[in-house]
Every structure is written in structure tokens, then in C-alpha cells.
Design a protein around this ligand. Structure first.
Ligand code: NDP
Ligand code: BG6
Length: 514
């Protein structure tokens, strides 16, 4: 039986030794933890931030003394705010299965939460927030404050300025979690970095890219560098092409205020997908220490030329064919004449000895036929004449890393058709997934892992400034060209697989039929 806050929770399966040790440390920690979520009325706070905090609470991974303040411009009472948040938490409660009765813990979690209404740049509102924090922290001698910016990027700076002025903690540490996209292009990102650095120290800034906290992103490094079988495989001698795909079924409903300003390239390609690419392509790091890994990632990025418009297809979703799903511009938070792409396919190249000539094909889109994020490493065909098997349509081997909706790794191979006289081949899969083999109750959500890192002050899975600059360098010329030439995205019906031009572009580089 463990003590978390003022509630007793029962540990169902035994805890991993590291978790047990961490829980002990946290329980012994006398520091009062305050978390301020700016933009608490929004999609991210609702879908990810609060569920992750609640899950940590259920796991006994928050210190005994903590408080979470939600802050936003929306006028609502705490009860109205809580109604929305708790509905989401209840709907997710099956995920919190490591302890009994997560639902029962909700009431206790609620007693650690509050909501304040205010503007992001009004000093008086932040003075109010500062007073509220002092009140909840009471006479705690040691305080750690996390400011979480669950906000569109144009509001980051005014909010941090206001917070720095009126809410800065003088009884311990301060950490600021900044969401992506960080800026709109290379120049604005540099400017934002410089402005934030004038207010904060580097060690106080945690630039989050939640794809770095996903189980399969972390597994990629293990797969590549802990297995001799795979070490040589990640090389131009064996790899024909790499496809990284991010597909979502949901559109951008009610998120137009943010999304229309940024578009799909800034929303997921320049950050999440680039992170996956660097994990696939980096050389072996000197160690698994955070800076060694990040050094290797930056080296890969530096060897990548900017993406060309001639190798890009843009799209925007329209009403679904049956008229049931709305089009992008049907949302009244989106301007009717918006040309913001909700879909993009593009080809990236790495000019180094390992990857020269291997296309990395990115495809990302909203309102598509299914939700999947995956990496497909397509291997080369056997050299002509080197194969005994002359089967028609013999597809090359492919290593698939499925990031979501469920985590899996498998290798597509060919085996002999079983039977006395049969000689032909049949395609099958060598399943390398870990989930079915280990007694894993559930995998932590990326935000849960990353928020715990913030609370512990561990920067390992956060984005470094040089990494960010290189990622922007690769996409900025394309983004400028799209905007300067006012390029029309190709329409595609919601629920489809995107514009057909995307299929044609992919087919140029990828030999499977899609
Ligand atoms: P939202 O559009 O939901 O915005 C969050 C909140 O910010 C809103 O509830 C609103 O609160 C306030 N807001 C919105 N537009 C403006 C504006 N123009 N000026 C001032 N305040 C505004 O965005 P998300 O929550 O989806 O995203 C927030 C950040 O998180 C973004 O940087 C996004 O990239 C990132 N992110 C989002 C994810 C997601 O799944 N949604 C996942 C990963 C990252 P109010 O009006 O009440 O003040
Ligand atoms: C966010 C984007 O960064 O990632 C959203 O802003 C997107 O548009 C989300 O929906 C996807 O995250 P996940 O974890 O559901 O793949």
C-alpha cells in the first residue's frame, strides 16, 4: 500500500525497481510542486496534459504536496472547468490500470486542482496568479514551479514575460515547458529563442516534442544498437527507401485558431517526423547520455539539404464523399479562403556515406482514412541473378516500426510454402514486438514520461537549440516558397488517403504498390 497525496492506493502488479526507488524518493521529497497550465481550456491540456498528470498521480509518481493551476482567458468556474477535464479523465480511466480504482482517485486529484481566468499579457491577472500560488503553497520551505505553455506559439513570449514578472518562484527551482512548434521558421525561432533566453536560463527551458517520449521512439535506439542483426542493415547498401507516415482520422475541428496559422508541415513534420528520421538515421552515439544522442542527431540534420517544392505535394481536406465529415474550411475557426495545407508528402535526403541516394519519404495528413504513425524501412531487392526464386511480384523485405495506434516491430520476409511438394514462397512476418512477450500492463503515455522528466529535472528527451535550428533550416525555404507563391493545396475528401498526386510521388521512390 502506497501513500499518494492523502489517498491510499493499492499497487496491483509489483513495481519495477526503478519505479519503486523513484516513488520512495518522491514520497520523501518535501518540495511543494506547483504546476501552472496556461491554455488550460484548450485541446492539448484537455487531451494530454491533465490525463498525464492524473496518471502520474495514480501511479504515485507525484510528490505528496502538489497543486495544479489551470489558467486561460475562457470565463468559467472551477466546477465548469473540472466537468470538462474529469469527463476526459473518466473516459481514459481504463489506461490507468496499474492501480485499483483510478476513478476513486479522481476526487482526491480534484482537491489538488484549481482554475483561474486571465489574459496572457495582463500584469494584473498574473499578479493574481502569483498570489494564488503563494496561497496554495502556504508555508512550504522548498517550492518547485513548472510553467506549462499549452498555448499557440505566438502567445509564448508575452506569457513568459508576465509570469517571470509576477509568478517567479524564489523558494526553489523554476522550469518552463514550451510546446512545439517553436516559432514559424528559422528566423522567428531564433528570435523566440533569444527572447526567451533573455528571461530564462537554458536549464530552465524544456522544449517538448512528445514523439521523443513515445515508447517506439525510445525502442528504435535499442533495436538499432543492441542487435548485431540490425546494425549493418541501416545503410544505403541494404536500404532502398524509408517511409515515415503520420495519418490522423480526426480533422482540426475547433483548432483553427492555432492550426490555420501553422499548417501540417509546422505542426508535425518539422518536429515529430524529423525526430523519427534522426533516430532511424543517426550514427551510433558515443553513449546513451542525452548530449551524445543529440550530437548525433544534429550531425544527421546538418547533412540534409532543404526540402524542394518539386518533391512536395500539398493537400487540404474537403467534405467527405458521403457529406458526413466536414471540410477544413467548414469550421468557423478557419477562414473560408484558407490555403493552409492539412496534408503533405515530401522527400528528404541525407548526403552522407551511410544514406546518400536513399529517399526518406514523409507523408502526413489530417482527416485521412485511418490513424497510424509508422516507419517503413524498405530493403533492396536481391541482386539480379542472385536469387533462386523467380516468383512474380516478390516484394522486397521491409522492417516496419509501428509507433501507433499500437506499438509493434516486424520484418516482412518470405518463407517456403509448407507442404510435401510445394516449393514456392509465401510472404510472412517475423514479429519483433515486445508487448506480447513481456508482462507489460500498459505503456506510459509520452506526456506522462516527459512530465515526469520535467519534475525530476531530466532534459534527456527534450529538444536542444541546435537541433531545432537545423530542423527549421530544412523546412524554411519550402514554407516561404509556399507562402510567397500562394500555392493552392490539392483538395482531398475527408476520410480518403489524400490527393492522388501524393500516391504518384511516393510511387516514384517506393517499390511496393500502396
Ligand atoms: P488550442 O487551439 O486548443 O489553444 C489552447 C488554448 O490557447 C485555447 O483554449 C485558448 O484558450 C488559447 N488560445 C487559442 N488561440 C489563441 C490566440 N490566438 N491567442 C491567445 N490565446 C489563444 O491549441 P492546442 O491546445 O491544440 O495546442 C497548444 C499547443 O500545444 C500548440 O503549440 C500545439 O502545437 C501543441 N500541441 C498540441 C497537441 C494536441 O494534441 N492538441 C499535441 C502536441 C502539441 P483561451 O481562449 O481560453 O485563453
Ligand atoms: C501534435 C499536433 O503535436 O501532435 C496535433 O499539434 C496532432 O495536430 C498531435 O494531432 C498528434 O499526437 P499523437 O500523440 O496523437 O500522435
Amino acid at each position: 500500500v502506497l501513500q499518494s497525496g492523502n489517498v491510499k492506493v493499492v499497487a496491483v502488479p509489483p513495481l519495477d525497481v526503478h519505479e519503486e526507488h523513484l516513488q520512495q524518493q518522491l514520497r520523501a521529497d518535501r518540495t511543494f510542486l506547483s504546476v501552472v497550465v496556461l491554455g488550460a481550456s484548450g485541446d492539448l491540456a484537455h487531451k494530454k496534459t491533465y490525463p498525464a498528470l492524473f496518471s502520474l498521480f495514480c501511479e504515485g509518481l507525484l510528490p505528496p504536496h502538489f497543486h495544479i493551476v489551470g489558467y486561460a482567458r475562457s470565463k468559467m468556474t472551477f466546477d465548469q472547468f473540472w466537468e470538462k477535464i474529469s469527463q476526459k479523465l473518466k473516459s481514459l480511466s481504463s489506461f490507468f490500470c496499474r492501480r485499483a480504482s483510478a476513478i476513486d482517485l479522481l476526487a482526491s486529484f480534484k482537491s489538488h486542482c484549481s482554475y483561474l481566468q486571465g489574459l496572457y499579457d495582463r500584469p494584473a491577472d498574473f499578479a493574481n496568479l502569483g498570489n494564488h500560488l503563494k496561497e496554495v503553497e502556504g508555508d512550504a520551505e522548498q517550492v518547485g514551479r513548472v510553467l506549462y505553455l499549452a498555448l499557440p506559439p505566438d502567445v509564448f513570449l508575452p506569457s513568459v514575460k508576465s509570469y517571470r514578472q509576477s509568478c517567479w518562484n524564489t523558494k526553489g527551482w523554476n522550469r518552463v515547458v514550451v510546446e512545439k512548434p517553436f516559432g514559424r521558421d528559422l528566423k522567428s525561432s531564433d528570435k523566440l529563442s533569444a527572447s526567451l533566453m533573455a528571461l530564462l536560463r537554458e536549464r530552465e527551458i524544456f522544449r517538448i516534442d512528445h514523439y521523443l517520449g513515445k515508447e517506439m521512439s525510445l525502442s528504435l535506439t535499442a533495436l538499432r544498437f543492441a542487435n548485431v542483426a540490425f546494425m549493418p542493415l541501416f545503410h544505403r547498401d541494404y536500404v532502398h527507401s524509408v517511409r515515415i507516415t503520420f495519418k490522423e482520422q480526426s480533422g482540426t475541428w475547433r483548432r483553427g485558431g492555432y492550426f490555420d496559422n501553422y499548417g501540417i508541415i509546422r505542426d508535425v513534420m518539422q518536429n515529430h517526423m524529423i525526430q523519427l528520421l534522426t533516430l532511424v538515421a543517426m550514427e551510433r552515439p558515443a553513449s546513451l547520455k542525452d548530449d551524445d544522442i543529440r550530437d548525433e542527431k544534429v550531425k544527421v540534420l546538418k547533412q540534409m539539404p532543404p526540402v524542394k517544392i518539386s518533391e512536395t505535394v500539398l493537400g487540404q481536406f474537403t467534405k467527405s464523399v458521403d457529406g458526413q465529415l466536414p471540410g477544413y474550411t467548414d469550421d468557423d475557426t478557419v477562414p473560408k479562403d484558407s490555403k493552409t495545407p492539412t496534408f503533405c508528402t515530401c522527400v528528404l535526403w541525407i548526403n552522407n556515406e551511410r544514406w546518400s541516394g536513399v529517399p526518406f519519404i514523409f507523408k502526413a495528413g489530417k482527416a485521412l482514412e485511418s490513424k497510424t504513425t509508422e516507419v517503413r524501412v524498405q530493403l533492396r531487392e536481391a541482386p539480379a541473378g542472385a536469387s533462386f526464386f523467380h516468383e512474380p511480384n516478390l516484394t522486397p523485405n521491409e522492417l516496419v516500426i509501428l509507433v501507433q495506434p499500437h506499438e509493434a516491430v516486424y520484418l516482412k520476409i518470405h518463407t517456403k510454402k509448407p507442404g510435401l511438394l510445394s516449393q514456392g514462397l509465401q510472404p510472412t512476418e517475423l514479429d519483433l514486438s515486445v508487448m506480447d512477450r513481456f508482462d507489460v500492463e500498459r505503456l506510459p503515455d509520452a506526456y506522462e514520461r516527459l512530465l515526469l522528466d520535467v519534475i525530476r529535472g531530466d532534459k534527456q528527451n527534450f529538444v536542444r537549440t541546435d537541433e531545432l535550428r537545423e530542423a527549421w533550416r530544412i523546412f524554411t525555404p519550402l514554407l516561404h516558397e509556399i507562402e510567397e507563391k500562394n500555392i493552392d493545396p490539392l483538395p482531398y475528401p475527408a476520410g480518403s488517403s489524400g490527393p492522388s498526386a501524393s500516391y504518384d510521388l511516393i510511387q516514384k521512390y517506393y517499390s511496393y504498390k500502396q
